[in-house]
Design a protein around this ligand. Structure first.
Ligand code: ADP
Ligand code: ZN
Length: 540
């Protein structure tokens, strides 16, 4: 049935205007739509807010037959369908929340060809009932124009939101070899991309990757000091509009939400420990602007369609860059200037390291070494991001394999470059102290190393006779905090190795020796307190 509609340029634009009221396509949209119309399999990778929806919605309206949209969350389905219906587009959804009566009536509407877009959860679509009882009738009576798999990263265990029921979607390609599949996601890593193509059995798919640069977002990292909470309050007070504060634990979410309320800021908590009703309620109130601030764990986010979130604050360090990009990316979906703040402390790093060390197989109690290794690598990249002196955008985008020249002028490092100082001599003192330990066949951690450098008379120093080392007391002139700053910078620049088998010890590596032999200089960025920024300043 090659009833293929050939649409020349003006008419696609006209259709866009007619159905959605937009004057022009955003980058990528037109090509994607043309390929859906040409019945090609496709993988569409676009950042949040990029405009994925119309890439399948417009072709659904232009093609004969019904488009089946697979979506993981009931709330998400309802929102999208409501939005479409408001625009006069015939869409509906099927899920477990509907009465049998309602399901039947919607089924009739589908069979009579009165519906162009049918939203359905994967478990429903793949149920025997549906596959055997409903699909054959749809195929015969109205035909299926395409399957659109929204949030397609859910098929991948490498993604941040794996859903086993998505795995079964591979059956679509084998059951319906002639119906095109368009898979859409905002997840950008290559591993997940490859996994989607493989798991869904996409046939020679066209892969469309949009730029992940969100130029309206201002990225900043702040040291998490005693004033962190006050800085958050100040930011909320100075920034008009709504915001999200992400915390690592439910307990912390509750704490911060309660404290904000006490301080006169309308805030609500959201985490998986709250019952479904409360969660739904809090979410709705946030979306409707009844409250300004949502304090949440990462349980809050996917499918939250609130375009005017003006700030996202990570009060605790995120576990990986991908998660950080997605969570912070919930700011500014409407394209208006918005701020993404990450509070960073080494204590948080330690907390996450501890959580990682606790990842064990629930059956055998054995450490899940692969998972631990991956999680540790991901954490390293977050630390590198947080401690970086380069453009934050460059670092984030490089994580997704996208080159970005830097000097974005819309991140803290570009706006307020940190002074970089040459600390080669100090680094040599630090590293030679570790070399002395090694000569005596021992390894120690950062605190002890600094004790020796600063000539401490601690029990541990005296017991080990480290007051007799040539490096004892050679670093008295520098504060313990500054030594720590140097030590951490050396670790993150890989100029010394930190191994954490039980407790953490420092070990020299090849690069350390290059520093010791004066073949390599050591530069560190001095992190001075940053001025608080308001949105007005970030756009200035
Ligand atoms: P995503 O699903 O990729 O996060 P959406 O499809 O929800 O993004 O689109 C994000 C916003 O951009 C929505 O408010 C949508 O109406 C708007 N949008 C999408 N395409 C266009 C366009 N061509 N012109 C103007 N606005 C658009
Ligand atoms: Zn920058």
């Amino acid at each position: 049935t090659s009833l293929s509609i050939s649409l020349d340029s003006p008419s696609l634009e006209e259709a866009l205007k007619h159905y959605f009221g937009y004057d022009s396509f955003r980058p990528g949209q037109r090509e994607i739509i043309e390929h859906v119309l040409a019945n090609r399999d496709q993988l569409v990778i676009m950042p949040t807010g990029g405009g994925k929806s119309i890439c399948f919605q417009l072709p659904a309206l232009l093609k004969p037959g019904l488009m089946i949209v697979v979506s993981p969350l009931i709330a998400l389905m309802q929102d999208q369908v409501e939005l479409l219906r408001d625009n006069g587009i015939s869409a509906t959804f099927l899920n477990s929340s509907l009465s049998a009566e309602e399901r039947r009536s919607r089924g009739r509407a589908v069979m009579e060809g009165r519906i162009k877009l049918l939203y359905v959860a994967p478990e429903r679509l793949l149920s025997e009932d549906f596959l055997q009882g409903v699909m054959p009738h749809i195929v015969e009576r109205v035909g299926i124009s395409a399957f659109a798999i929204d949030e397609a990263h859910c098929v991948s265990e490498w993604g941040h939101d794996f859903r086993p029921e998505y795995r079964q979607l591979s059956t679509l390609r084998s059951r319906y070899p002639n119906i095109p599949i368009i898979a859409l996601t905002a997840t950008a890593t290559h591993r997940v991309r490859d996994d989607i193509v493989q798991q869904l059995n996409l046939h020679q798919p066209r892969v469309n990757v949009s730029s992940f640069n969100r130029s309206n977002l201002y990225y900043e990292v702040r040291p998490k000091t005693k004033t962190a909470y006050a800085e958050v309050v100040q930011q909320i007070k100075e920034t008009p509009g709504a915001g999200i504060i992400y915390c690592l634990s439910r307990k912390r979410v509750e704490e911060i939400a309660a404290r904000l309320k006490q301080d006169g800021i309308a805030a609500l908590p959201y985490h998986a420990g709250l019952n479904g009703e409360t969660r739904q309620d809090n979410q709705t109130r946030f979306i409707r602007d009844d409250v300004r601030v949502m304090v949440a764990t990462i349980a809050f986010g996917m499918g939250i369609n609130k375009p005017d979130v003006r700030f996202v604050i990570h009060y605790d360090i995120p576990k990986n860059i991908e998660g950080y990009y997605q969570e912070s990316g919930r700011a500014g979906r409407d394209g208006e200037p918005s701020t993404c703040t990450l509070f960073y402390s080494y204590a948080d790093v330690k907390t996450i390291e501890y959580i990682i060390s606790q990842k064990v197989d629930p059956n055998t109690g054995e450490a899940l070494e692969d998972e631990q290794r991956i999680a540790t690598q991901q954490l390293r990249r977050v630390i590198n991001y947080a401690e970086a002196t380069d453009c934050r955008r460059t670092i984030q985008l490089s994580y997704f394999g996208e080159a970005f020249a830097g000097q974005c002028d819309n991140c803290d490092n570009c706006k307020f470059p940190k002074p970089v100082e040459d600390w080669t001599v100090e680094a040599q003192k630090f590293l030679s102290c570790i070399a002395r330990f090694a000569q005596r066949g021992r390894t120690f951690g950062m605190v002890h190393t600094i004790d020796v450098l600063r000539g401490s008379k601690s029990k541990r120093v005296l017991e080990n006779k480290h007051d007799t080392l040539s490096t004892y007391g050679i670093g008295k002139d520098i504060s313990a905090d500054d030594w720590k700053m140097l030590g951490r910078s050396l670790i993150h620049q890989r100029l010394v190795d930190e191994s954490t088998d039980g407790y953490s010890v420092l070990k020299l590596n090849d690069l350390s020796w290059e520093v010791l032999r004066s073949e390599r200089k050591v530069h560190i960025a001095i992190d001075k307190a940053k001025p608080a920024l308001t949105i007005a300043q970030t756009v200035a």
